[in-house]
Design a protein around this ligand. Sequence first.
Ligand SMILES: *Cc1c(COP(=O)(O)O)cnc(C)c1O
Length: 397
Amino acid sequence: MPGFELFGDAERKEVNDVLESGVLMRYGFDAMRNGHWKAKALEQELQSTLQVKHAQLVSSGTAAVSIALASAGIGSGDEVVMPTFTFVASFEAIMMLGAIPILVDIDDTLTLDPEAVKAAITPKTKAIMPVHMCGSMANLDELQSICKTHNLILIEDSSQATGATYKERPLGSIGDLGCLSLDYVKIITCGEGGAVLTNNEKYYTNSDHFSDHGHDHKGNDRGAETHPFLGYNFRISELNAAVGLAQLRRLDEFVTIQKKNYTIIREALSVIPELTFRTVPEGGEESYSFLSFFLPDLETSRKAVKALKDTGIDGCFHYYDNNWHFIRKWEHLKDLKTLYPLSKEVKDGLKYLQTKDFSKSNHFIGRNISCLIKLSWTEQEVKERASKMVKAIQSIL
Ligand SMILES: *Cc1c(COP(=O)(O)O)cnc(C)c1O
């Protein structure tokens, strides 16, 4: 998946524009910047590529999630329902606002199980946040209808699914708010960066101000701007935005390469009757960043991952035994290890982590293997890889 694999002249040219003027900041310094506004330009291109009214670039995907929540007025003591299979960032971003992440089970889409979502709703629930993991998506129609019934906000964390679509609409543009990560290993990279997407004027204005100390960005004298409310610094730099500008223009190219590589490997693995593929909701089209499949049980999956490694196949993840993406091994979060005292509300709100049964998630993640699809492989390499994968998996069945 990572766009960094094809970093080249286009990215260098955009960065050079910034280096020549030396204006590294996205706001102000109008006379010095030779007309280059890389962050603004990238926001405009995100809007047209992802078919959304507003895009606010920020410093990371983690920041994007916190800002999206804050922009919708979600904070202290509010509950946000999210999946057990995610990246720690989505959990952290909720915690940062003093809100409470409520983890619920996933299904064979590897994202939120709508039934588990319904069961988790309480009077404190303010938002549902699907995390579109590994290039595919949650059942957004069902989640949207749950949100409507319970008057909740739908926030998509689509950090891992830029380039995927649901019923022909880009992921991240469908919920009330969408969040992207543009960090170094995502399909489109800025080096570090993120974006908040929304069609809602108020959420956009809030995101714009909140990510820059509350500045209202009116007029061209930064010192004279007013601050309607508290904000922080989650700005992206012009250098990072410049890289992303070149990368975003290559999104179609990247998805096309991934689809070709993914298809070769998927067709090869299809000969294994014990192997099934992740379910993609009806109307969904993946970004093909990963190929995710299931084997019959936990032990078989463990053996398969080892066999793949032993044959020299890298980039296949068994998240059940991995620290970053699944609740099972998040000891520091279950034990609430923080540098500073947490509020009583948050401590009480997270007690459920000690006892809640996630056996349904264990069932799916225990059997799941997700393999990264690279951009830089030659067709020959993909074919050899595919046949090695088939042999390695067959050898342990
Ligand atoms: C990468 C990622 C993030 C966080 O992005 P950063 O830019 O690294 O802060 C959030 N959610 C998901 C699902 C991610 O994969």
